[in-house]
Design a protein around this ligand. Structure first.
Ligand code: BEZ
Length: 230
């Protein structure tokens, strides 16, 4: 049976060998956000562009208390050789001498990939698709994104996802389409007619488009000071 993890559930547990030693997932990451992501294969071009980009952004994710963990169904020596090639030989879009410091899991048995629904046979039976799991400090899956083999991910979007999830948690709000820090946020639906009326009058700094759709300003510095320290 193929299992697919779901948003709101605990991240499935596993132990694995990585380029940075053994890990116990998600237990080793308790207290941090973590992005577990898979790529189809080492020594392939889209994956190389992704690893160079993600590694270049690692310190930015780290400042948001978000760790990165990669996975493919290749073995450890392939991972080590590929990451060494990236560091020593590849210059791409101004990125060079890129060192991937986050762990890259070897999963030759495909046990972890299967557990996380990363093997999607319509796309490939022998490679993981480009899966992204954003997991919170309590080990709960908060966002899942899957991309096909041919489509490189947008890492600015993954950063935006982490910041938006943390903002929602910290401020008890939701974030509208294309939200970025400094944009207005959505305040929860009104609980009573009185509140709804007040909202329609756009009091308390709120702007209402209808009774069910109200936003309020949330200062960028306030957002970043909260999400970069927790
Ligand atoms: C790539 O990373 O370029 C790639 C990997 C597997 C299949 C297709 C493309």
């Amino acid at each position: 049976m193929i299992t697919m993890p779901r948003i709101g559930e605990k991240a499935p547990e596993f132990q694995a060998v990585t380029t940075q030693g053994n890990i116990n997932f998600p237990g080793d990451y308790q207290g941090s956000w973590v992005i577990l992501f898979s790529h189809p294969a080492d020594f392939t071009p889209v994956c190389t562009s992704e690893f160079m980009t993600f590694a270049s952004l690692e310190s930015k994710f780290d400042k948001a208390n978000c760790k990165l963990v990669g996975l493919s169904v290749d073995g450890l020596f392939s991972h080590i050789a590929w990451l060494r090639t990236i560091k020593e030989k590849i210059e791409y879009k101004g990125m060079k001498d890129v060192e991937v410091k986050f762990p890259l899991i070897e999963d030759i048995t495909m046990d972890v990939a299967r557990k996380y629904g990363m093997i999607q046979p319509g796309e490939s039976t022998t490679k993981a698709v480009r899966a992204v799991f954003v997991i919170d400090p309590k080990g709960v899956i908060r966002t899942i994104i899957y991309y096909p083999l041919s489509l490189g991910r947008n890492f600015d979007e993954l950063y935006r996802v982490v910041i938006a999830l943390k903002t929602a948690d910290e401020f008890g709000v939701a974030t509208p389409a294309d939200w970025r820090p400094g944009d207005a946020v959505i305040v929860p639906p009104a609980g009573s007619c009185g509140v709804a009326k007040e909202r329609m009058e756009s009091k308390n700094g709120m702007k209402c488009y209808d009774w069910f759709f109200c936003t309020k300003e949330l200062d960028k510095e306030m957002v970043m000071s909260k999400v970069l320290t927790n």
